[in-house]
Design a binder for this molecule. Structure first.
Ligand code: ATP
Length: 315
């Protein structure tokens, strides 16, 4: 009897968008964006194990202490919301890799350890896809004895899975253009300190874009651009200089669909943070503070008030 090959495990970070501008809708329905992505120190882990059956199965668990675990403790979320069929982005990622190893047979199990809120604007599904690309690539190469796909091939598969997947693969900080998938890494002088606050219900990214287009119906929307000085402020690591430059075109749309985010943002101002913003299409809110200790203190206070909150570094 041959032993079952050992599993492979890989991680990928969640993200916030420190800046996000979206242009007008394109003829294909997508929007060109100018995004400053920044990875955060909370993210997803995927373990890929071979099985004797066929097809890909999925298991999902919450990382203790994570925003997802806090949402479950408060009764505002259950892991049933994560698809375990072929619509799970991690499954699509695994199958994209396996298609490049046609001689392999047998099934696959993906165990996802979730920390990033679902439909939270933090790219959780994209991080699962990125981690699955890495884990399945290593497993398939080891089991088949063929060379693993190189970084460029993985990035190409990532871009085919979703606009945020390439960034989840590379991490760090990067400017994203086009739909967000075209990346240019940018240096960060010092990690930023954020407090992430998860909402009770998720927001659908397409719904937020549709609301943005509706709110801008009569506006002449310029092509998306990063503001002057933003990359320099990040490079020098001066959070106070970065704070006034943070902006997100999707924030007004997210607030329009989820007005309950207004007091969450206002709580940051009341606590004297440097800036508060909605991440991506929301509804997760991030508060920028000057130091790690201030982030831990604010996260404690917000958790005491009943909100799922987590102090993180970025990147
Ligand atoms: P983004 O900011 O990248 O647009 P998001 O972080 O707001 O996305 P996700 O958590 O990635 O949102 O998931 C959005 C939807 O995708 C979910 O509501 C779910 O139906 C589907 N989905 C597919 N795969 C996954 C996955 N692995 N984890 C969570 N949701 C997934």
């Amino acid at each position: 009897m041959t032993a079952t090959p050992r599993p492979e495990r890989a991680a990928a970070p969640g993200k916030v968008n420190l800046f996000f501008a979206a242009g007008p809708p394109r003829p294909d329905g997508y929007h060109d964006v100018a995004s400053l992505y920044c990875a955060v120190s909370t993210g997803e882990t995927v373990t890929a194990a071979p099985t004797r059956g066929a097809g890909t199965s999925v298991g999902v668990a919450a990382v203790p202490g994570s925003l997802v675990a806090q949402q479950i403790d408060r009764g505002t979320f259950t892991l049933d919301a994560v698809p375990t069929d072929g619509s799970n982005l991690a499954v699509r990622a695994a199958e994209a890799v396996l298609a490049r190893f046609p001689r392999l047979s047998g099934g696959l199990h993906l165990q996802i350890e979730k920390a990033v809120p679902v439909a939270g604007g933090m790219g959780g599904g994209s991080a699962d896809a990125a981690a699955a690309l890495l884990a399945v690539n290593r497993l398939a190469a080891r089991v088949s004895g063929e060379p693993a796909l190189d970084d460029d091939a993985l990035l190409q598969l990532a871009a085919g899975l979703g606009a945020d997947v390439p960034f989840a693969l590379t991490g760090g900080a990067a400017v994203g253009t086009g739909t967000g998938a075209h990346l240019r890494p940018v240096p960060v002088g010092a990690p930023l300190h954020l407090v992430l606050v998860a909402a009770e219900a998720g927001l659908s990214t397409p719904a937020v874009y549709a609301e943005l287009d509706r709110l801008r119906t009569h506006e002449d929307v310029p092509p998306p651009r990063l503001p002057a000085g933003l990359e320099e402020a990040l490079r020098t690591g001066q959070a106070a200089e970065l704070a006034p430059l943070l902006a997100n075109d999707l924030q007004a749309a997210a607030l329009s669909l989820a007005p309950q985010l207004a007091p969450v943002l206002a709580a940051g101002a009341a606590a004297g943070v440097l800036a508060s913003f909605v991440s991506g299409s929301g509804p997760t809110v991030a508060h920028l503070v000057a130091e790690a200790a201030a982030a831990e203190d604010l996260a404690d206070v917000l958790r005491g008030q009943g909100a799922p909150a987590l102090a993180v570094r970025a990147p």
